[in-house]
Design a protein around this ligand. Structure first.
Ligand code: SAH
Ligand code: SF4
Length: 429
């Protein structure tokens, strides 16, 4: 989501006459996009901005700005804390960055803070997103979140849920495929609560079905599905539409119903596992991934064991896992952060070691199977290409660079916990 936000702002800036440079030393503007979902990421922003101090002293005319969730959260405070900071723009105001820069360049102000949250009731449409990848694109379908999980800063810094009209989403994807994009990833904090604001009122399942029916799109992915909202209707559309990748990201967060309740996730362990069983019972194999938080306030050793057993039961293809960190304005921020950091670290390591073992076994089952992969770019070794399966597994194989952006048929020959090795069995398609 942050990558896409940066691409949107870069597009707006290029459209307004700016050009991109890879060298901050000679830049007229350095703009940081920021994430505040965990404390560490938020702290890092201040460290990065601090590193700009020398540059700013040498070239005071250079403009320095911050956008994204940390900007939204901190507002004016950032101007007070960071010497030479000129611009702080919140999550609902980034489309105004070119105008704010004009005002700064005209000398109308030395610093501008714009963190207004209520101004734009619908997601802003951007025509000129500057996408780095010519064949794969992210597309926003909804913004914000109404779920208020007890640990999560997102609803506070990104505001209430707002969906884009289906016609605008379909139009954007049609334009992308006309320019050679073959894979689209739909983005939203909770894509399953998508509701078309136009009179057609499409649900997420309806939207998925229409997008998957676009003639030139070869692969469609989406993230994130809140487990409480993922249902049969979406699974049925996925099964009926081969364009939709056999991959689901269903963040569990914990395997303990008591912790899930405290987290305000609105599902129990049993309900989560029932959704997994529904997916596993489908006539095709789906790859499942998830997010986990360890050390949430009150998480006992027994609760943590339940998370481990959930991991064993499901056998996820990959997970993201984090130590809990209290975030401003969230419900859990007021509760005692009861688990010492050493214990959190220990639990995280235990969880990740178990997942490594599971992944090694899951990936080993792939040996001998054939996949059609989309080639992403070069691998680390000479002549090696990095690609992804429909199920989002990373596959390395040897081949020439002109296959980048193409679909290639491969047979898996080797597996480690994070990547698969393969050989080509066909030419590009
Ligand atoms: N909308 C998505 C994810 C948003 S944030 C969802 O509902 O799953 C991405 C992940 O960051 C979350 O799934 C969660 O695992 C993690 N996360 C969010 N807040 C956190 C916090 N305060 N401490 C640690 N991890 C957190
Ligand atoms: Fe955060 Fe929960 Fe919303 Fe995901 S669903 S963004 S974790 S509040």
């Amino acid at each position: 989501m942050n990558v896409l936000d940066s691409e949107k702002v870069a597009g707006l800036l290029v459209n307004a006459g700016w050009t991109l440079t890879a060298a901050p030393d000679s830049a007229d503007l350095v703009l940081y996009n920021t994430c505040s979902v965990r404390e560490k990421a938020a702290c890092r922003v201040y460290a990065h901005l601090g590193q700009m101090r020398g540059l700013k002293r040498r070239r005071p005319e250079m403009l320095l700005g911050v956008m994204g969730c940390v900007a939204q959260q901190e507002g004016e405070e950032m101007i007070r804390q960071v010497d030479g900071l000129n611009l702080v723009v919140g999550t609902r105001r980034w489309h105004l960055i070119p105008q704010h820069l004009d005002r700064l360049l005209d000398g109308e102000a030395a610093a501008i803070v714009d963190v207004e949250m209520d101004a734009e009731p619908v997601p802003v449409e951007v025509d000129n997103v500057l996408r780095a990848n010519p064949f794969r694109a992210f597309v926003t379908i909804m913004e914000g979140c109404d779920n208020y999980c007890a640990y999560c800063v997102v609803p506070h810094v990104r505001g209430r849920e707002r969906s884009r009209p289906a016609a605008a989403i379909l139009g954007e994807i049609r334009n992308l495929t006309a320019r050679g994009v073959v894979e689209v990833m739909l983005l939203g904090q909770n894509v399953n609560s998508y509701r078309d604001p136009s009179p057609r009122g499409l649900t997420f399942a309806g939207l998925l079905d229409e997008i998957a029916g676009l003639p030139d799109l070869r692969r469609l992915r989406f993230t994130t599905s809140h487990p409480k909202d993922f249902d049969r209707d979406v699974l049925d559309v996925m099964l009926a539409r081969p364009t939709i990748c056999r991959q689901l990201h269903l963040p569990a967060q914990s395997g303990s119903s008591a912790v899930l309740q405290a987290m305000n996730r609105k599902y129990t362990r049993a309900e989560y596992l029932a959704k997994v069983d529904m997916i596993r019972a489908a006539p095709e194999e789906f790859s499942l991934s998830s997010d986990f938080i360890v050390g949430f306030p009150g998480e006992s050793a027994a609760d943590f064991e339940e998370t481990l057993s959930l991991l064993e039961y499901v056998g996820f293809d990959s997970i993201f896992s984090f130590m809990y960190s209290p975030r401003p304005n969230t419900a859990a921020a007021g509760w005692a952060d009861t688990i010492p950091v050493t214990e959190k670290r220990e639990r995280l390591m235990t969880l990740q070691a178990l997942q490594e073992r599971i992944q090694r076994a899951t990936n080993r089952r792939e040996i001998g199977r054939e996949h059609r992969v989309l080639v992403d770019g070069r691998g680390r070794e000479p002549d090696q290409l990095a690609s992804r399966t429909d199920t989002n597994k990373i596959v390395h194989f040897h081949g020439p660079s002109n296959l980048i952006g193409c679909f290639v048929d491969v047979r898996i020959t080797g597996a480690s916990s994070h990547t698969l090795q393969a050989e080509r069995i066909d030419h590009r398609s």
